[in-house]
Design a binder for this molecule. Structure first.
Ligand code: ADP
Ligand code: MG
Length: 264
């Protein structure tokens, strides 16, 4: 592998999460290195989405801690985590269906803009004119993302009318508009046909390459996982049963038996 993987950027330490009597996650630890594509796999109900929800502040685990660039963060809500540089797409799309592609991606940009209100004040000491310049720069950035994701033809199209595969791409664009350091993707290829999966795989690798974004990815398709990830965490019934390179994980007995009899 030619790309350079860096130091640990995200460290998940002994996380346990319960919903009443349901143990969604039990004592999970793993790390993510800068510039890595890190996959989380496991059967349905294994705790994968819950894990991402703990990282981005949607759920507060009862035990354990998570640190980002060496700083432990606790009790942060999802907006605060986003402002720190961790963006997220959801298993079920959370786009504004009636709004155009460009406006949806702009909502991601706006989240970032609000977070940088002080920086903005310094960048824009000339009031309205400066704000307009900032708005122009943001539009330009969004256009760059639209070009990058090859969705120019649909810029003005209401998102709800697009095929599912393209909607997923817009969702990725909205997360990218935040210029995240870490991007959490929850089943970005679910419900896609083979060609759409190949396209999405290529975009994820290009984001990783061109923007240097660290990627944490939940994915069911083992072929995709083997192709694009550097390291893989395997969850089963809320426990970690494997962690290593795709090759190591594929040959792990416990992982093989967890997957036997499942459709994944
Ligand atoms: N908000 C919630 N309330 C109650 N139980 C939940 C909630 N979220 C997840 N769970 C439970 O936690 C377990 C793990 O779910 P989830 O993280 O969605 O798994 P996966 O994404 O691997 O399919 C499941 O048993 C699920 O029913
Ligand atoms: Mg899930």
């Amino acid at each position: 592998m030619s790309k350079k993987i860096g130091d640990v950027i995200l460290d998940v330490h002994n996380i346990s999460l319960r919903f009443g009597g349901v143990k969604a996650l039990t004592d999970i630890s793993f790390n993510v290195r800068e510039h890595e594509v890190r996959a989380i796999i496991g059967p349905n109900g294994a705790g994968k989405s819950s894990m991402l929800n703990c990282i981005n502040g949607v759920y507060q685990p009862q035990e354990g801690s998570i640190s980002f660039r060496g700083q432990t963060f606790k009790h942060m809500n999802s907006r605060q985590v986003a402002e720190m540089g961790i963006a997220r797409t959801f298993q079920n799309l959370a786009l504004f269906k009636g709004m155009s592609v460009i406006d949806n991606i702009m909502t991601g940009r706006n989240l970032r803009i609000k977070s940088n209100i002080f920086a903005q004040a310094f960048r824009n000491p000339f009031g309205i004119g400066g704000a307009q310049k900032e708005e122009e720069a943001n539009r330009e950035f969004v256009e760059h993302i639209i070009d990058f994701l090859e969705i120019q033809a649909f810029r003005k199209t209401p998102v709800g009318t697009l095929p599912y595969g393209l909607q997923k791409r817009v969702d990725l664009g909205r997360a990218l508009a935040m210029e995240p350091q870490v991007l959490l993707l929850d089943e970005p290829m679910a419900g896609m046909n083979l060609e759409e999966k190949q396209d999405m795989s290529r975009f994820i690798l290009d984001v990783n390459d061109e923007f240097g974004t660290t990627i944490v990815l939940i994915e069911h398709d083992m072929g995709v996982v083997m192709d694009i990830s550097d390291r893989v965490v395997v969850l089963d019934y809320g426990k970690k049963i494997g962690d290593g390179t795709p090759e190591e994980v594929r040959n792990n007995e416990e992982v093989i038996s967890a997957y036997l009899g499942t459709s994944h």
